[in-house]
Design a protein around this ligand. Structure first.
Ligand SMILES: Cc1ncc(COP(=O)(O)O)c(C=O)c1O
Length: 372
């Protein structure tokens, strides 16, 4: 089946008790079990797993083409659970441009877990080969990346990881499974901040890991969630599941708007550079064409007036809202270095946009007047 159809139906069997088409939200934290802890219907206690969460996991595994999925209370909780599957003494190779929270996690937490990390420009495959160490157990990429929109060759990186006997995981938040399916390109796992496009309405926080195989790594991440407790609540599971139903059509519109706005910005005299993988000027455009079915609604651009010019644009927009996060129906813009704080490596003249579902003409006009 096509992804549009899977998005509408996966995890959506009518409720066996009532025939309800909209899935029930099972709020129960505990489930009747047998005299010796038997789980006749598969559940025991909410932190171990719950029916609404299970529906969402079934849907996400189907969308990303994995054997199993786990959902978490946030994208960060999902990323942490994956990294926590590594034994002490491991080395993790991170892409140089990744979500700053994951970079902070590496800096502030991995060391305490006995895990070393280093970063490399994953657009440079020779550099990646050179950065792999004997102890490298995981290569972690993000494509397109936040906030520079770098695109890396996922199939080539999967091969490098395989040759090194390391795992390969991809943060696929910006692309969603509609535009890019890393597992089909050889990745072992894909991570999503469900807070973004999967939820789709800026009203739910969640995270997901989808696994190519229901293997030991899956079991370890499941154990981490069970014991450390980063579960997704039944209501939030339900909201993300509802978001998935319209994911394919939303992403189509996000992508069409993203391309229109990127082209308009590229032609604007006050703009120094536009980072959008759908533009032929983008360094990763050819790879993006190969491994993505569209280019999505995220872009960043640099203005000519430095930090002041960038902050000035934020103070003048009327249709865009100045806010962090992404993937909702409304267009957002932010001075990314300010959002990331003092440890940010992001250029000071860079603005990151999450292009929403408004009419592209209104968004272009808004940016044009703000750039004046
Ligand atoms: C690419 C990417 N990965 C992971 C995360 C973390 O997700 P969450 O905020 O749900 O923890 C974000 C959040 O912005 C993100 O943009």
């Amino acid at each position: 089946m096509k992804l549009d159809t899977i998005a509408v139906h996966a995890g959506g069997k009518p409720d066996p008790a009532t025939g309800a088409i909209a899935p029930p939200i099972h709020l129960s934290t505990t489930f009747e079990h047998g005299p010796a802890g038997e789980r006749p219907l598969g559940y025991m206690y909410i932190r171990e797993g719950s029916p609404t969460e299970a529906r969402l996991e079934e849907a996400l595994a189907a969308l990303d083409g994995g054997e199993a999925a786990l959902v978490f209370s946030s994208g960060m909780a999902a990323g942490a659970a994956y990294l926590a599957t590594l034994p002490a003494g491991s080395h993790v190779l991170l892409a140089d441009d990744i979500y700053y929270g994951l970079r902070e996690m590496a800096k502030d937490f991995l060391v305490g877990w006995g895990i070393e990390s280093s970063s490399v420009d994953m657009a440079d495959l020779e550099a990646v080969r050179g950065a792999v160490r004997k102890q490298t157990r995981l290569i972690w990429a993000e494509s397109p990346s936040n906030p520079l929109m770098k695109v890396v060759d996922l199939a080539a990186l999967a091969k490098i990881a395989k040759d090194a006997k390391a795992r390969f995981a991809v943060d696929g938040t910006f692309a969603t499974p509609i535009l890019q399916r890393p597992l089909a390109l050889g990745a072992d796992a894909v991570m999503h901040a469900a807070t973004k496009y999967l939820g789709g309405h800026s009203d739910v926080q969640g995270g997901a890991l989808v696994f190519a195989r229901r293997d030991e790594t899956y079991e370890k991440a499941r154990h981490t969630r069970h014991i450390l407790g980063g579960v997704l609540s039944p209501f939030n599971s339900w909201l993300v599941l509802r978001g998935l139903r319209s994911l394919a059509v939303r992403v189509e519109r996000h992508s069409a708007n993203g391309l229109a706005i990127a082209r308009a910005l590229e032609a604007h005299p006050a703009v120094q550079a536009v980072h959008y993988p759908g533009l032929s000027s983008h360094a990763g455009h050819e790879i993006a064409k190969r491994q993505m079915s569209g280019f999505g609604g995220m872009l960043s651009f640099r203005v000519k007036g430095g930090r002041e010019g960038a902050v000035g644009v934020c103070s003048k927009v009327r249709v865009f809202t100045v806010a962090t996060s992404l993937g909702g129906t409304e267009s957002l813009i932010e001075h990314r270095a300010s959002s990331e704080g003092p440890t940010s490596k992001t250029p000071q003249n860079l603005l990151r946009c999450s292009i929403g579902l408004e009419h592209a003409d209104d968004l272009i006009e808004d940016l044009r007047q703000a750039l004046e």
